[in-house]
Every structure is written in structure tokens, then in C-alpha cells.
Write a protein that binds this ligand. Structure first.
Ligand SMILES: C[S@@+](CC[C@H](N)C(=O)[O-])C[C@H]1O[C@@H](n2cnc3c(N)ncnc32)[C@H](O)[C@@H]1O
Length: 213
């Protein structure tokens, strides 16, 4: 197994889940992430898959006028525990399943849209994950994604490369240096629309990405 694909130890993953839950109640989640979540999740409709749902921070923003049901997947047991609590207070039915995005337990062409926020930085095989997302989307179905990505500046990308090995270990396998937009194209998505949002002075550039199967 390459170092890139080696999972962080279980203790580190549990600690990260506890840290993430705590940080979710902090100021930067409220002021920076919450408006982005509202914007992206507010576009979901029909039968929705949310991959890597984490502790369920998106659940509150699904609109029952447009969303029939959310199937939410998450591989980490500790994160799932927090997500179960948030699923109970969502305005739409949310069904949780423990699964990685690389192996989705759903039929082909099943969902109207897939929501994926801050996940592809952490998965072991982003291309396979995106191919799976594409497989379970109906033709014309939409991918609604938010992700932090590799910096365009060579200097900042170099700093990201330096910091990623340590960040992976302590932040749930999170890679700062992935060109996820390119992986979306490689996985076969069409009509890819991108909007840039900066974070940490450009060291963690964030994109909002919409695409169609
Ligand atoms: C930074 S958290 C984001 C959680 C949530 N999506 C959000 O927006 O708050 C990254 C999540 O990706 C999940 N993850 C890691 N590897 C994964 C994989 N192979 N498939 C799906 N999710 C994965 C982690 O367990 C974690 O919950």
C-alpha cells in the first residue's frame, strides 16, 4: 500500500471526529462554512445521496419542498454517531449507511443528485469515489460539491505538499494538495461549473463545483 493510500490509525480518526464535532460549534463554521452549506445543499432536489456526511452538518439545510429523501453515507463510526443525532432533527428523512464513497451500496442511475462537501480531500481514492458517484447518478443528475483544492500558485502548492503528510495524520487523512477539479473531469462529469472561494490567504483555496453526469 502506498503512503498516499495508507489510512490514519483508528485512534487518530476518533480524535479527529471529536475535534471536528467541537469545531463545528465554532465561529468559522458559522461565519464561513454555514452560508456555503446553505447555498450548495439548497440546490439539492429529489432523491439525494450525501457522501462522507461526517457529523451531519448539512442535514439541517435540505429543503423539504424539493427533497424527497437523503441517503447519507459515512465510513467512520465516530462521525456516524454524531450524524445520527443530527439526522433526527433534519426537515427531510435522512437514512444513514456506513460506507466509503469508493464502494457505494446503491444501484446504477438511482439518485437525482449527490452532495459532497469537504470529502474528496480525505478519501483514499478520489477518482474511484467520483466514478462511483457518477455511476449512482441518473443521466443528467447533478453533483453538488464544495472542496478545498491544490493552490494555483507554485509556491503555495509547494507549501501544501510540505504540510500534507502531517495534516493527513492529524486531520482525518485530509490532503491540502489535491487537484480535485481535474479528477471530476477525469471521472467523466459534464458541464462543470466552478466558483473559487479563498481560505487562509490562498493556502487552502476552496471551490464550489457543480457538474452533471
Ligand atoms: C472534513 S470531514 C467533512 C464532513 C462533512 N462532509 C462536512 O461537510 O462537514 C471529511 C469526511 O470524509 C469522510 N471520509 C473519509 N474517507 C472517506 C471515504 N473513503 N468515503 C467517504 N467518506 C470519507 C470522513 O470520515 C469525514 O467524515
Amino acid at each position: 500500500m502506498s503512503q498516499e493510500h495508507m489510512p490514519a490509525p483508528a485512534t487518530f480518526r476518533r480524535l479527529f471526529a471529536a475535534y471536528y464535532e467541537r469545531a463545528s460549534r465554532g465561529a468559522s463554521e458559522k461565519s464561513f462554512m454555514e452560508p456555503i452549506r446553505k447555498e450548495i445543499v439548497g440546490q439539492a432536489e429529489g432523491l439525494v445521496l450525501e457522501v462522507g456526511a461526517g457529523n451531519g452538518l448539512n442535514f439541517a439545510f435540505y429543503n423539504p419542498e424539493y427533497v424527497e429523501r437523503v441517503e447519507a453515507t459515512e465510513p467512520d463510526s465516530a462521525m456516524l454517531g454524531y450524524a445520527r443525532t443530527r439526522a433526527k432533527t433534519a426537515h427531510v428523512p435522512v437514512i444513514l449507511t456506513q460506507a466509503p464513497v469508493e464502494q457505494l451500496p446503491f444501484a446504477d442511475a438511482y439518485f437525482d443528485c449527490v452532495v459532497c462537501t469537504l470529502v474528496l480531500c480525505s478519501v483514499n481514492d478520489p477518482l474511484r469515489g467520483l466514478q462511483e458517484i457518477r455511476r449512482v447518478l441518473k443521466p443528467g443528475g447533478r453533483l453538488l460539491m464544495v472542496e478545498h483544492v491544490r493552490a494555483h500558485s507554485r509556491v503555495l502548492a509547494f507549501v501544501q505538499d510540505l504540510l500534507t503528510p502531517i495534516n493527513r495524520l492529524f486531520a482525518g487523512n485530509c490532503h491540502w494538495n489535491r487537484s480535485t477539479e481535474q479528477t471530476v473531469h477525469k471521472a467523466g462529469f459534464q458541464d462543470v461549473e466552478l466558483e473559487q472561494r479563498a481560505l487562509s490567504g490562498g493556502l487552502i483555496p476552496m471551490v464550489m463545483l457543480l457538474a452533471k453526469r
